[in-house]
Design a protein around this ligand. Structure first.
Ligand code: AP5
Length: 259
């Protein structure tokens, strides 16, 4: 494991299926100070709990659309508050983007507030809002994976919903952690999570049509966000495409910049 010397505020970007969620689970064991947060996982937990936000999110996600910028930013800021990344200047303030703009929250400094984000920001407007909140990202890792690989990966993806762990039926093991897919003795063609023995499922938004729509919407949004961070000088294009080399490359970059 590695010790960070300065606060790392890292963002994973890349198209659906590029491996953001996979890296989100692979990096914290290497960098224990990095606190992982995935908007996709947060929203899927809301969907499973049938909350009003979950119902709203499901209606958009299952059609391959994304949530409105203000809704998702409020969700992320609430998480940031819960984790102590931002602290309200007034007790009991419910933090929303307007409070942030009005300077009513203070951003926590220090290595212990290092984070790794997957799925947020996803638009230039979200990136601006995060920046305005003072949570300035200092490294953006771009997973630039060819489309045909993405489509193949998403067609074979299985997930363990409670933990967000991802697997793939196109190969026998977890590409990064090396864990093996376990067959479910009670379900023909079914598999189990390696750590809990619970069933793995396909995501509702991984059917062919929805994947097509997600990939199309992604392309334009990513150009904007890429430009935003390129202008700030924090964008890092990863060379690796498949297997554990991606994690190794990220480990090297993060070490070089923050350890
Ligand atoms: P989200 O869950 O973030 O979906 P996504 O961006 O489409 O990305 P995916 O989770 O599909 O892919 P991934 O890059 O994490 O790949 P993975 O690691 O699983 O968001 C879901 C939805 O929520 C959005 O569509 C949107 O509607 C909404 N939402 C979320 N954030 C939002 C925001 N900020 N604003 C508005 N709406 C928002 O890997 C894929 C497969 O490939 C796996 O099977 C894995 O095993 C395999 N794989 C991964 N890495 C490798 C490797 N190195 N080698 C070989 N195989 C690999």
């Amino acid at each position: 494991t590695h010790t960070l010397r300065r606060a790392a505020r890292i963002l994973l970007i890349g198209p659906p299926g590029s491996g953001k969620g996979t890296q989100l689970h692979s990096l914290p064991p290497l960098f224990p100070a990095l606190s992982p947060l995935s908007t996709g996982d947060v929203l899927r937990a809301e969907i499973r709990a049938h909350t009003p936000l979950g119902r709203f999110a499901a209606s958009l996600i299952n059609k391959g659309n994304i949530l409105p910028d203000t809704t998702i930013t409020a969700v992320i800021l609430a998480e940031a508050l819960k984790r102590g990344w931002v602290v309200p200047k007034e007790k009991d303030l419910v933090v929303d983007p307007e409070h942030v703009k009005a300077g009513m929250v203070r951003v926590s400094e220090g290595v212990e507030h290092s984070f790794l984000l997957d799925g947020f920001p996803r638009t230039a407007e979200q990136a601006r809002m995060l920046h305005q909140a003072g949570l300035e990202v200092n490294l953006v890792l771009l997973l630039d994976i060819p489309r045909e690989i993405l489509v193949r990966r998403l067609s074979g993806r299985l997930v363990h919903p409670p933990s967000g762990r991802v697997y793939n039926t196109n190969w026998v093991g977890h590409p990064v952690k090396g864990a093996w897919l376990r067959k479910d003795p009670e379900r023909e063609g079914g598999y189990l999570d390696v750590e809990t023995g619970e069933p793995l499922v396909r995501r509702d938004d991984d059917d062919v049509e929805t994947v097509k729509k997600r990939l199309e919407g992604h392309e334009k949004r990513e150009r904007d966000i890429r430009d935003f961070y390129e202008d700030m000088g924090v964008l890092w294009r990863l060379k690796g495409v498949e297997g554990r080399e991606v994690t190794r490359e990220i480990e090297e970059v993060v070490c070089e910049k923050f350890c």
